[in-house]
Write a protein that binds this ligand. Sequence first.
Ligand SMILES: [Zn+2]
Length: 245
Amino acid sequence: MGALTAAERLGPVRAGPLQVGRLDIDVVVVPDRQSMRLTVERDARVTATVPAGIDVAELISAVKGRRRWIYNQLDVRSEDAAIRPLKEFVTGEGFHYLGRSFRLKLVDEAPVPVSLVRGRFLMRRDRLDRAEDELIAWYCKRGRAWLPARAKPWIQRMRAPVQDISVRRLGYRWGSCHHDGRVNLHWAVMQLPASLIDYVLVHELAHLHRSDHSKEFWAVVARAMPNYVARRSELDKLGATLWLP
Ligand SMILES: [Zn+2]
Protein backbone atom coordinates (compact mmCIF):
# COMPACT_ATOMS: atom_id res chain seq x y z
CA MET A 1 0.00 0.00 0.00
CA GLY A 2 1.39 3.42 -0.88
CA ALA A 3 2.49 6.16 1.47
CA LEU A 4 0.12 8.93 2.40
CA THR A 5 0.15 12.26 0.66
CA ALA A 6 0.82 15.43 2.65
CA ALA A 7 -2.86 16.41 2.48
CA GLU A 8 -3.95 13.09 3.93
CA ARG A 9 -1.47 13.47 6.76
CA LEU A 10 -3.32 16.54 7.97
CA GLY A 11 -6.63 14.80 8.39
CA PRO A 12 -8.01 12.46 10.99
CA VAL A 13 -6.76 8.91 10.87
CA ARG A 14 -8.65 6.28 8.88
CA ALA A 15 -8.70 2.53 9.33
CA GLY A 16 -6.39 0.63 7.02
CA PRO A 17 -2.73 0.34 6.16
CA LEU A 18 -0.33 3.17 6.95
CA GLN A 19 3.33 3.23 6.12
CA VAL A 20 5.69 4.84 8.62
CA GLY A 21 9.28 4.61 7.41
CA ARG A 22 9.95 0.92 6.75
CA LEU A 23 7.07 -0.16 8.98
CA ASP A 24 3.65 -1.14 7.67
CA ILE A 25 1.09 -0.31 10.33
CA ASP A 26 -2.48 -1.63 10.35
CA VAL A 27 -4.68 1.10 11.77
CA VAL A 28 -7.84 0.02 13.60
CA VAL A 29 -10.17 2.80 14.72
CA VAL A 30 -12.21 2.11 17.86
CA PRO A 31 -14.54 5.07 18.52
CA ASP A 32 -14.88 4.64 22.29
CA ARG A 33 -11.18 4.08 22.90
CA GLN A 34 -9.43 6.66 25.11
CA SER A 35 -5.82 6.21 24.03
CA MET A 36 -3.72 4.69 21.30
CA ARG A 37 -2.29 1.19 21.60
CA LEU A 38 0.45 -0.41 19.50
CA THR A 39 0.74 -4.17 19.24
CA VAL A 40 3.04 -6.46 17.30
CA GLU A 41 0.99 -9.40 16.11
CA ARG A 42 2.15 -13.00 16.07
CA ASP A 43 2.75 -12.78 12.36
CA ALA A 44 4.82 -9.62 12.90
CA ARG A 45 2.21 -7.23 11.60
CA VAL A 46 2.09 -4.06 13.63
CA THR A 47 -1.35 -2.80 14.64
CA ALA A 48 -2.25 0.64 15.98
CA THR A 49 -5.60 0.71 17.75
CA VAL A 50 -6.64 4.35 17.98
CA PRO A 51 -9.58 6.45 19.14
CA ALA A 52 -11.69 8.06 16.44
CA GLY A 53 -10.62 11.58 15.51
CA ILE A 54 -6.92 11.21 16.22
CA ASP A 55 -4.73 13.02 13.71
CA VAL A 56 -2.56 11.10 11.23
CA ALA A 57 0.44 13.29 12.08
CA GLU A 58 -0.05 12.50 15.75
CA LEU A 59 -0.17 8.77 15.02
CA ILE A 60 2.96 8.90 12.87
CA SER A 61 4.92 10.72 15.53
CA ALA A 62 3.73 8.25 18.20
CA VAL A 63 4.83 5.31 16.03
CA LYS A 64 8.20 6.95 15.42
CA GLY A 65 8.62 7.51 19.14
CA ARG A 66 8.13 3.80 19.77
CA ARG A 67 10.16 2.53 16.83
CA ARG A 68 12.85 0.99 19.01
CA TRP A 69 10.23 -0.95 21.00
CA ILE A 70 8.53 -2.13 17.79
CA TYR A 71 11.78 -3.43 16.28
CA ASN A 72 12.60 -5.13 19.57
CA GLN A 73 9.25 -6.93 19.45
CA LEU A 74 9.89 -7.94 15.85
CA ASP A 75 13.28 -9.36 16.84
CA VAL A 76 11.73 -11.34 19.66
CA ARG A 77 9.17 -12.74 17.24
CA SER A 78 11.80 -13.71 14.72
CA GLU A 79 14.47 -15.10 17.02
CA ASP A 80 13.16 -16.48 20.31
CA ALA A 81 16.78 -17.45 20.73
CA ALA A 82 16.29 -19.28 24.02
CA ILE A 83 14.17 -22.07 22.56
CA ARG A 84 15.20 -22.11 18.94
CA PRO A 85 17.31 -25.20 18.24
CA LEU A 86 20.83 -24.93 16.93
CA LYS A 87 21.44 -27.61 14.34
CA GLU A 88 24.68 -29.22 13.36
CA PHE A 89 25.17 -30.65 9.93
CA VAL A 90 26.35 -34.06 11.06
CA THR A 91 24.90 -37.49 10.35
CA GLY A 92 22.10 -38.17 12.83
CA GLU A 93 20.93 -34.57 13.29
CA GLY A 94 17.14 -34.25 12.95
CA PHE A 95 15.31 -31.82 10.68
CA HIS A 96 11.56 -31.43 10.39
CA TYR A 97 9.38 -31.52 7.32
CA LEU A 98 5.55 -31.36 7.53
CA GLY A 99 5.72 -32.00 11.27
CA ARG A 100 7.90 -35.10 11.15
CA SER A 101 11.54 -35.38 12.09
CA PHE A 102 13.97 -36.91 9.62
CA ARG A 103 17.61 -37.73 10.30
CA LEU A 104 20.36 -36.19 8.26
CA LYS A 105 22.88 -38.40 6.51
CA LEU A 106 25.98 -36.97 4.91
CA VAL A 107 26.87 -38.72 1.66
CA ASP A 108 29.76 -38.49 -0.75
CA GLU A 109 27.72 -38.86 -3.89
CA ALA A 110 24.18 -37.90 -4.77
CA PRO A 111 22.52 -36.40 -7.85
CA VAL A 112 21.43 -33.26 -5.94
CA PRO A 113 22.94 -31.42 -2.93
CA VAL A 114 19.96 -32.19 -0.64
CA SER A 115 17.17 -34.73 -0.93
CA LEU A 116 14.68 -36.55 1.25
CA VAL A 117 14.97 -40.22 0.40
CA ARG A 118 13.30 -43.08 2.29
CA GLY A 119 12.92 -41.05 5.48
CA ARG A 120 16.39 -39.51 5.45
CA PHE A 121 17.71 -36.13 4.50
CA LEU A 122 20.72 -36.81 2.31
CA MET A 123 23.25 -34.00 2.05
CA ARG A 124 26.31 -34.13 -0.12
CA ARG A 125 29.55 -33.51 1.80
CA ASP A 126 30.93 -31.22 -0.87
CA ARG A 127 28.11 -28.75 -0.07
CA LEU A 128 28.70 -28.68 3.69
CA ASP A 129 30.31 -25.24 3.55
CA ARG A 130 26.93 -23.87 2.47
CA ALA A 131 24.76 -26.42 4.21
CA GLU A 132 22.22 -23.95 5.60
CA ASP A 133 21.60 -22.35 2.23
CA GLU A 134 21.27 -25.72 0.55
CA LEU A 135 18.71 -26.96 3.05
CA ILE A 136 16.73 -23.70 2.94
CA ALA A 137 16.71 -23.96 -0.85
CA TRP A 138 15.36 -27.50 -0.49
CA TYR A 139 12.53 -26.31 1.81
CA CYS A 140 11.63 -23.57 -0.69
CA LYS A 141 11.62 -25.91 -3.66
CA ARG A 142 9.76 -28.71 -1.92
CA GLY A 143 7.28 -26.22 -0.45
CA ARG A 144 6.56 -24.67 -3.85
CA ALA A 145 5.81 -28.13 -5.21
CA TRP A 146 3.63 -29.13 -2.25
CA LEU A 147 1.71 -25.97 -1.43
CA PRO A 148 -0.48 -25.25 -4.50
CA ALA A 149 -2.45 -28.50 -4.27
CA ARG A 150 -2.76 -28.08 -0.51
CA ALA A 151 -3.96 -24.49 -0.94
CA LYS A 152 -6.50 -25.18 -3.66
CA PRO A 153 -9.50 -26.16 -1.50
CA TRP A 154 -8.85 -23.20 0.85
CA ILE A 155 -8.58 -20.78 -2.05
CA GLN A 156 -11.89 -22.06 -3.42
CA ARG A 157 -13.66 -22.06 -0.07
CA MET A 158 -12.49 -18.52 0.71
CA ARG A 159 -12.91 -17.23 -2.83
CA ALA A 160 -9.45 -15.72 -2.47
CA PRO A 161 -8.17 -13.93 -5.58
CA VAL A 162 -4.79 -15.69 -5.58
CA GLN A 163 -2.49 -15.13 -8.55
CA ASP A 164 0.62 -16.86 -7.31
CA ILE A 165 1.62 -18.81 -4.26
CA SER A 166 5.20 -19.40 -3.23
CA VAL A 167 7.60 -20.37 -0.45
CA ARG A 168 10.62 -18.18 0.22
CA ARG A 169 12.79 -16.34 2.73
CA LEU A 170 10.49 -13.82 4.38
CA GLY A 171 12.34 -12.35 7.33
CA TYR A 172 9.98 -11.53 10.18
CA ARG A 173 6.73 -12.99 8.90
CA TRP A 174 5.41 -16.53 8.54
CA GLY A 175 3.38 -15.38 5.59
CA SER A 176 2.84 -12.35 3.42
CA CYS A 177 0.41 -11.35 0.75
CA HIS A 178 0.05 -8.57 -1.73
CA HIS A 179 -3.22 -7.07 -2.87
CA ASP A 180 -2.41 -8.15 -6.44
CA GLY A 181 -2.91 -11.75 -5.28
CA ARG A 182 0.61 -12.92 -4.56
CA VAL A 183 0.85 -15.07 -1.42
CA ASN A 184 4.14 -16.17 0.15
CA LEU A 185 4.89 -18.47 3.04
CA HIS A 186 8.16 -18.47 4.95
CA TRP A 187 10.24 -21.59 4.12
CA ALA A 188 10.52 -22.42 7.84
CA VAL A 189 6.76 -22.97 7.93
CA MET A 190 7.34 -26.14 5.91
CA GLN A 191 8.73 -27.71 9.08
CA LEU A 192 5.29 -27.50 10.70
CA PRO A 193 2.50 -30.08 10.61
CA ALA A 194 0.25 -29.53 7.60
CA SER A 195 -2.68 -28.40 9.79
CA LEU A 196 -0.61 -25.43 11.01
CA ILE A 197 0.65 -24.60 7.53
CA ASP A 198 -3.05 -24.45 6.66
CA TYR A 199 -3.55 -21.83 9.37
CA VAL A 200 -0.73 -19.63 8.04
CA LEU A 201 -2.20 -20.01 4.58
CA VAL A 202 -5.78 -19.24 5.62
CA HIS A 203 -4.54 -16.20 7.54
CA GLU A 204 -2.86 -14.82 4.41
CA LEU A 205 -5.81 -15.69 2.16
CA ALA A 206 -8.06 -13.78 4.57
CA HIS A 207 -5.77 -10.77 4.16
CA LEU A 208 -6.66 -10.76 0.46
CA HIS A 209 -10.16 -9.80 1.66
CA ARG A 210 -9.15 -7.61 4.63
CA SER A 211 -5.65 -6.15 4.95
CA ASP A 212 -5.97 -5.36 8.67
CA HIS A 213 -6.55 -7.47 11.80
CA SER A 214 -10.02 -6.13 12.43
CA LYS A 215 -13.02 -8.09 13.74
CA GLU A 216 -14.11 -8.52 10.12
CA PHE A 217 -10.74 -10.05 9.24
CA TRP A 218 -10.98 -12.67 12.02
CA ALA A 219 -14.54 -13.42 10.95
CA VAL A 220 -13.24 -14.31 7.48
CA VAL A 221 -10.63 -16.60 9.07
CA ALA A 222 -13.24 -18.20 11.35
CA ARG A 223 -15.65 -18.88 8.51
CA ALA A 224 -12.99 -20.83 6.63
CA MET A 225 -11.40 -22.44 9.68
CA PRO A 226 -13.74 -22.56 12.71
CA ASN A 227 -11.03 -23.95 15.03
CA TYR A 228 -8.43 -21.35 14.04
CA VAL A 229 -7.85 -20.16 17.63
CA ALA A 230 -6.46 -23.54 18.67
CA ARG A 231 -4.29 -23.71 15.58
CA ARG A 232 -3.02 -20.17 16.11
CA SER A 233 -1.91 -20.88 19.67
CA GLU A 234 -0.29 -24.13 18.53
CA LEU A 235 1.56 -22.11 15.88
CA ASP A 236 2.73 -19.64 18.53
CA LYS A 237 4.20 -22.51 20.55
CA LEU A 238 5.66 -24.61 17.75
CA GLY A 239 6.66 -21.65 15.61
CA ALA A 240 9.07 -20.51 18.32
CA THR A 241 10.86 -23.86 18.23
CA LEU A 242 11.42 -24.08 14.47
CA TRP A 243 14.91 -24.23 13.11
CA LEU A 244 15.60 -20.75 11.77
CA PRO A 245 19.30 -20.09 11.22
ZN1 LIG B 1 -2.19 -11.03 9.67
